[in-house]
Design a protein around this ligand. Structure first.
Ligand code: SF4
Length: 143
């Protein structure tokens, strides 16, 4: 089966900043067609569960109390890319709006629930390596 790199929270792992998951209703159907390779770039990069929410601010990622988490996010993004290469995954399904996993839209750095047009750090790196990225809202396209 073809391998897909997937945000671990979509598989039900409780790795979100608030210790919750984003289990997706179509995950079991996706498992029948693909081998799913879970990744949580923020945890892989060294951040804890739970952790203070972060948003992209310019070229950095800052948390809500003003700490610079850019290095954690960069490290996690590179680990995600390496995991895709190691497993021969050319497709990734990633959780929308996250500062790591968001595709096309992320929160704007003001912590006011406002979205802006941009990719998360992991998505930027995966796209540069020509990995095809999908949000969880596009899972039906893959089925
Ligand atoms: Fe989910 Fe990605 Fe956030 Fe980890 S970094 S909790 S995989 S959206």
């Amino acid at each position: 089966m073809e391998k897909i790199l997937i945000s671990a929270c979509l598989l039900g792992l409780k790795c979100r900043y608030d210790g919750r998951d984003n289990l997706h209703a179509l995950i079991e159907s996706l498992k029948l067609k693909y081998t799913l390779i879970p990744i949580c770039p923020e945890v892989e990069g060294g951040l804890t569960i739970p952790r203070i929410a972060s948003e992209i601010v310019g070229t950095k990622v800052m948390n809500k109390i003003g700490e610079d988490n850019t290095d954690y996010f960069l490290k996690g993004a590179h680990i995600a890319l390496q995991k895709a290469f190691d497993n021969g995954a050319r497709i990734a399904v990633l959780k929308s709006k996250s500062p790591s996993c968001g595709i096309g839209q992320v929160y704007d750095g003001t912590f006011t629930n406002t979205l802006t047009q941009s990719d998360g750090f992991t998505v930027q790196i995966l796209k540069n390596a020509r990995i095809y990225v999908y949000t969880e809202h596009q899972i039906e396209e893959l089925l």
